[in-house]
Design a protein around this ligand. Structure first.
Ligand code: ITT
Length: 192
């Protein structure tokens, strides 16, 4: 089946392609297709906006991820607004902004959330959610991944997500877990 991967984030594209590699799906990029403005207040609303718009415009199923980092000491911020945190327009600037906000703060707990939606052109949606808890460092470590990965050490780990391979991150991450649930549902369907 053809599936449009409805994201403009190259890091997400890599993770989605890796996770879905075992399915017999032909993944397509956006190729210039514009994504709608994220006007929702939940991950579910924003993921549905992106997936449904792409599915409707292309006429084939589309998959979107909406995700974010919820920091306990910031009452869950930036959450759904993680991509625009502090109006900083790149990952490095956003990481510096987050570090500044947490300067001197002892409670470094945070949680990543991902909601993955597969939408069909007729408006049907499947929703998968994954979460990962961890702590935020006082400075970045590692070069791989994207976004807040260099600051985040998952519970039970000593390395940041940016010090892990793509496969290691996928095995425990919010997006990896959401995508694994999707793969399990569709793999089971293929087998039955
Ligand atoms: P699309 O809407 O085009 O998919 P986006 O980056 O704008 O791309 P979101 O609106 O879902 O996506 O914003 C999610 C932000 O949360 C993302 O830009 C990162 O800053 C952060 N984030 C989400 N998952 C992450 C991960 O696995 N590692 C690091 N940061 C992550």
């Amino acid at each position: 089946m053809r599936v449009v991967v409805a994201t403009g984030n190259a890091g997400k594209v890599r993770e989605i392609a890796q996770a879905l590699g075992g399915l017999d799906w032909q993944l397509e990029g956006l190729s210039g297709l514009p994504l709608p403005e994220e006007t929702g207040t939940t991950y579910e609303e924003n993921a549905a906006l992106k997936a449904c718009a792409a599915a409707l415009m292309r006429g084939v199923p589309a998959l979107a991820d909406d995700s974010g980092l919820e920091v306990v000491a910031l009452n869950g911020q930036p959450g759904v607004y993680s991509a625009r945190f502090g109006n900083r327009d790149n990952d490095n600037e956003r990481n510096l902004y987050l570090l500044e906000k947490l300067r001197g703060v002892k409670d470094r707990r945070a949680k990543f959330v991902s909601v993955v939606i597969l939408a069909s052109p007729d408006g049907q949606v499947e929703t998968y959610r994954g979460e990962m808890t961890g702590t935020l460092l006082e400075g970045p470590r590692g070069e791989s991944g994207f976004g807040y990965d260099p600051l985040f050490v998952p519970d039970g780990e000593t390395r940041t997500l940016a010090e892990m391979t793509l496969e290691e991150k996928q095995a425990i991450s919010h997006r990896g877990l959401a995508l694994a649930a999707l793969v399990a549902a569709h793999g089971a369907r293929v087998r039955s």
